[in-house]
Design a protein around this ligand. Structure first.
Ligand code: HPA
Ligand code: MG
Length: 208
């Protein structure tokens, strides 16, 4: 593909009334609107799987999930890729791996990252590509292992003035600069257990 296609959600988009969907009782009060319904996420994911497999040729894929925010998308995307492998004319072997990223915000203009396997309690991961700095740092670490090819797939990117212009190779949705939760994206670790990607209002003091 020459440029990444993605589904663009406009700044004016207000999403859907949350009462039209099944929201867990324990989150009802804290959520404002449903921004991207689960079904739309899955439909878009299915198409991303097709695009990826078309571009990938016959290369063995090492699928690397960036935890925690990526786990739902990763699992659903791999399910779709496996379905293509199962039913298509060609298939490629896939192995999986996982990283958790800790981003340090210090005085330095560049963001230092460390890839952590243990030390789970102190982590503050980045769940969405916003500025792209964390992803660039991860990519430069991956290069140490001399992979043949690295492609980045992101379900969401945000339109933000803070972005220095990083674009993943595959993008599900480009969204306005709003804080969204659900579908494994959290606010202080809550809302990962929510299928729809809703957006949240900051008056929700319960979860601070
Ligand atoms: N939601 C959840 N986690 C995030 C977001 C967001 O909008 N942006 C960066 N990390
Ligand atoms: Mg988070």
């Amino acid at each position: 593909m020459l440029f990444p296609f993605h589904l663009q959600i406009r700044d004016e988009e207000t999403g859907y009334n949350k009462n039209l969907f099944c929201i867990p009782k324990h989150y009802e009060e804290d959520l404002e609107r449903v921004f991207i319904p689960h079904g739309l996420i899955l439909d878009r994911t299915e198409r991303l799987a097709r695009d990826i497999m078309q571009d990938m040729g016959s290369h063995h894929i090492v699928a690397l999930c960036v935890l925690k925010g990526g786990y739902k998308f990763f699992a659903d995307l791999l399910d779709r890729i496996k379905a293509l492998n199962q039913n298509g004319d060609k298939s490629v072997p896939i192995t999986v791996d996982f990283v958790r990223i800790k981003s340090y915000c210090n005085d330095s203009p560049t963001e230092e990252i460390s890839i952590v396997g243990e030390e789970l309690s102190t982590l503050s991961g980045k769940d969405i590509i916003e500025t792209g700095r964390t992803m660039k740092a991860l990519l430069s670490k991956l290069k140490d292992n001399e992979p043949k090819m690295v492609k980045v797939v992101s379900l969401l990117i945000k339109r933000t003035h803070r972005s220095p212009g990083y674009r993943p190779d595959y993008i599900g949705f480009e969204i306005p600069d709003k804080f969204v939760v659900g579908y494994a994206l959290d606010y202080n670790e809550y809302f990962r257990d929510l299928n729809v990607s809703t957006y949240i209002i900051y008056k929700c003091i319960n979860y601070r």
